[in-house]
Design a protein around this ligand. Structure first.
Ligand code: AMP
Length: 227
């Protein structure tokens, strides 16, 4: 990738409901463009596992499929973005999820003379989301994503990427919680599509198709944004 002409690190945002493929696509872009994937869901799950104050406050909210408070999420994101590896450029996966978070991100970036390179909306239908979410699981070793129907490991029980043989499913990937997560998406996150459209950085992609086709759409957007 040629980053010689970019004046500041890339900041890419992946927007879309739970199950749209943000994590899968973010990992592919991370490899391809040497960027850092930054998932607030992963950061919050790590905080819950570590039993930090933020984790304790977030646990029940996440189990219910609701959004964690803006204050907690913005603080976690701000700390993570201050780490040196983020100087390579970031792909935000699952952040921002509210207008307050989007405005906080704008403020944080302007403090550092940075701006959003592109916000990509992964567009999908709710019914498809429930199918996708209920079948998904990840490698316990490297986090590579798999799916009961759409993406099984090439060798049964063994991760294609790192060879690990243990896998895990998320506690909030059940039908009841998924319904709340979709509701939170439509009520609080979907308005960000208009927000980024009005800022002139929005790209939309039909994310109902094959993972590789969606990835090639996204690579096109990202290449253009980094030019
Ligand atoms: P995800 O892994 O992105 O699906 O996020 C899992 C859960 O973490 C969500 O259902 C929320 O409870 C919480 N979460 C993740 N990112 C955010 C965010 N930006 N704002 C509020 N809550 C979040």
């Amino acid at each position: 990738m040629d980053t010689a002409t970019t004046t500041s690190p890339a900041v890419l945002i992946l927007l879309g409901p739970p199950g749209a493929g943000k994590g899968t696509q973010a990992r592919m872009l991370e490899d391809k463009f040497s960027l850092v994937q930054l998932s607030t869901g992963d950061l919050l799950r790590a905080a819950v596992a570590a039993g930090t104050e933020a984790g304790k406050a977030a646990k029940a909210v996440m189990e219910a499929g609701d959004l964690v408070s803006d204050e907690i999420v913005i603080a976690i994101l701000r700390d993570r973005m201050a780490e040196p590896d983020c100087a390579k450029g970031v792909i935000l996966d699952g952040f921002p999820r509210t207008t307050v978070q989007a405005e906080a991100l704008d403020g944080l970036l302007s403090e550092n003379d940075q701006k959003i390179s592109a916000a990509i909306s992964l567009e999908v239908e709710d019914a498809e989301m429930v199918i996708r979410i209920s079948g998904r699981y990840t490698c316990a070793g490297c986090g590579e994503g798999f799916h009961d129907r759409f993406k099984q490991p090439a060798v049964e029980g063994k991760c294609d990427k790192c060879g690990h043989t243990e896998f895990k499913r998320r506690a909030d990937d059940n039908a009841e919680t998924v319904a709340s997560r979709l509701e939170a998406y439509h009520a609080q996150t979907a308005p960000l599509i208009t927000y980024y459209e009005s800022h002139g950085v929005l790209q939309r992609t039909d994310a109902m198709g094959k993972i590789d086709d969606i990835a090639s759409d996204l690579e096109g957007f990202v290449s253009d944004a980094l030019r």
